[in-house]
Write a protein of this length. Structure first.
Lengths: 290, 163
């Protein structure tokens, strides 16, 4: 046996073992995504991979098909959880990879309607934690130099040791991005318990405006009269120019700061009210859910 | 004589930032400055497209990340001169979204933002689940959203729902 064939066999074995825990998620005849068997009767996948349905058909690794319903979703970290209507095959839990480094081998395993989809590449970037555009805390920024198949969206990204780097997702321009296993573990616990992850809520809507010669801010266009912003004394027409001392460039800046971990925090806002500087001490609330 | 255009680059994605830095290099009349001193801000739309935004926050152009230097710098000069040259992408309808949503759809949007299912929307508005589903589909189509999470994100950015 040559080194090359040993290498190849090792790869195929790793993919086969991983695929025992990877499912295909169908919605109304359209392939939506791949997902991971995650604890008893649960499937975790990328929220962005799901089409807008409440009920899905899941192709299990043992060839059976099972119905599944949405158990919860957190768009801020791009994680969705499905609950299977049939008993899932017993399978070992994923071991999360620790200390992902650039240059490590990364193996993506998904499942299409017809079978297992595998691709290989390396970790391109592995840096510190970051906040998504919707303010969700992602434990590590991991991008891959790997050609991810659309069907593998929401599937597993594994290390050469067979540990789970995280869920396969797409960054802009179809770049492969990983939602780290630590984030998946943390968020799925909350989703399984309550079906939702709260989000920061100020109770206003904002529009970007120019302030003076060369600064920008966001103007309060609508106000929830009983919401956190109104309670802090913010009025319609106020322009928010700084958030905890940092300049506010636009609505996106504010959205990024209203993620789940913003709930209950205090923020010092610098305002312009009728052209005069003013201050507000805002306690971020939680977005009402139903 | 060269007129200096002050441009701030606010790109979250390293790859795109690098590409824009290359495009901006060796231009005599375009100067890169901090965001609070800029006439124009270059940002991204979260889907890999380059956005050129004026100092009053008007989205003045949407460009492909693969744009060549000539078009890119021409776009910056046009925007600096007050032109709006954006062509809305098919999945990103123009900013008149608010007037595009009917009052009923606006109610549906607010409920979507609170995480309501079709069933919950139907109950809340006193309509049938099928009608709710129909309204949700219409909202998604009008916003160019992939799914309801995406619709909520778009609506929040555009000030269509409270944040």
């Amino acid at each position: 046996m040559t080194i090359l064939s040993q290498f190849s066999d090792a790869f195929a074995a790793l993919v086969a073992k991983t695929a025992e825990r990877v499912v295909a998620i169908d919605a109304g005849g359209r392939q939506a995504a791949s997902g991971l068997l995650w604890g008893p009767g649960l499937v975790v996948t990328a929220d962005e991979a799901l089409v807008d349905e409440q009920r899905f058909s899941v192709n299990l690794p043992d060839g059976r098909t099972a119905g599944a319903t949405l158990a919860g979703r957190d768009p801020s970290t791009d994680i969705a959880l499905l609950r299977l209507e049939a008993e899932a095959p017993g399978s070992a839990a994923f071991q999360p990879a620790s200390d992902t480094r650039p240059g490590e081998l990364a193996i993506a395993v998904g499942r299409s309607r017809t079978g297992v989809i595998a691709s290989v590449g390396i970790v391109k970037e592995a840096s510190g934690s970051w906040h998504s555009s919707m303010g969700g805390l992602i434990d590590q920024r991991i991008t891959l130099d790997l050609d991810l198949d659309r069907c593998a969206h929401g599937g597993a990204v594994m290390t050469a040791e067979g540990e789970l780097v995280g869920l396969a997702a797409f960054a802009p321009r179809r770049q492969a991005l990983v939602i780290p296993a630590a984030t998946v573990t943390r968020v799925t616990e909350r989703l399984a318990a309550s079906g939702t992850v709260g989000r920061g809520y100020a109770g206003l809507s904002l529009h970007p405006v120019r302030v003076g010669e060369n600064r920008t801010g966001v103007m309060v266009m609508q106000l929830d009269e009983t919401g956190p912003a109104a309670r802090s004394g913010i009025r319609m027409g106020d322009v928010v120019v700084a958030w905890n001392g940092e300049p506010v460039r636009g609505v996106r800046d504010v959205l990024r700061r209203l993620g789940p971990d913003a709930v209950g925090t205090n923020v010092d806002l610098d305002l312009l009210r009728a052209g005069e500087p003013a201050k507000a001490d805002l306690t971020i609330g939680e977005r009402p859910t139903r | 004589m060269t007129v200096s255009i002050r441009v701030a680059v606010a790109l979250a994605e390293a790859e795109l930032a690098e590409r824009v830095a290359l495009l901006l290099a060796e231009t005599a009349d375009i100067e890169q400055v901090d965001s609070d001193a800029a006439d124009i801000t270059i940002s991204d739309d979260g889907r890999g497209m380059i956005e050129i935004v004026t100092d009053v926050g008007t989205l003045a152009a949407v460009l492909s990340p693969h744009v060549d230097r000539e078009i890119f710098t021409a776009a910056l000069r046009l925007v600096a001169a007050g032109f709006i040259i954006s062509i809305p992408a098919p999945d990103d309808p123009a900013d008149q979204t608010e007037s595009l949503l009917t009052p009923r759809e606006s109610e549906v949007m607010a409920l979507l933002a609170s995480g309501a299912s079709n069933k919950a929307i139907a109950r809340e508005l006193g309509i049938s689940p099928n009608t709710a589903k129909f309204h949700v589909a219409a909202v998604l189509a009008k916003l160019g959203a992939r799914n309801r999470s995406d619709a909520v994100a778009i609506a929040m950015r555009r000030g269509l729902v409270l944040i």
